[in-house]
Design a protein around this ligand. Sequence first.
Ligand code: DGL
Length: 277
Amino acid sequence: MNDKEMLHNAPIGVFDSGVGGLTVAREIMRQLPNERIVYFGDTARVPYGSKSPETITRYSSQIVRFLQTQQVKAIVIACNSASACALETLEEETNLPIIDVVRPGARTALETTVNGKIGVIATEATICSGIYKRYIEESGKSVSTISKACPLFVPLVEEGLWEDPVTDEIAGRYLAELIDSGIDTLILGCTHYPLIRSTVGRIMGEKVCLVNPAYETARALKQLLEKKGLESEKRPGLGTELYRFFVSDAADKFQKFANSILPYGILSAKVINIEEF
Ligand code: DGL
């Protein structure tokens, strides 16, 4: 294989604090079936959303350094908290093209809203950064946003309580003020949240359109690879390891979880010591 082919066939590095980024990886697998993926879930240090921007940035830099050892050709930050806190630093630290999940999510919400009232639910780190509000307001459209941090959603998802009375109860409390605000669009501003989409949708009612940034993120990745001439030309043959998974802890639990979300069974997830990077 020559250098050009090697670059085309290099994987996309995708990362999150845990399993949430699998909702983005799943969409990349669907929209870009020829692309290889190296996924890293920071299962030892999840959740990110309750940590400081400095800590989230340090973790994200370590992960990008690890992904670079896997010869990735581009990075997808499949975590809103890391996108909100670490994007600028990561862009300074690497020459690789980087796609975040916040800008695609904000763009989709702007295209979706009819009454100009957009809600954002996300982790504390994402909401405190004010990033969705900023991107939405920068559009120049007359749109208002209302944001709500939902810190218990990530542990509920990580525990697999997607359809559970406990999740219903907590979601009901978090979402009450958003229902009263008259929004017609709600951004699921954390990549874990699409896994409790049906609960959120049921509580918000069918008049509120839920935006999952994963779809637009995969589309943005496709456009970026095309623009840079980096697309993989053909689907790797049978027996080629198309998707590889790494975690910082509890590989078995992650593997079981991933197998319940992804269209393809994953063979294994390997534990690495991310603090070494
Ligand atoms: N899934 C991540 C996000 O999109 C992080 C959640 C967390 O670890 O708190 O924000």
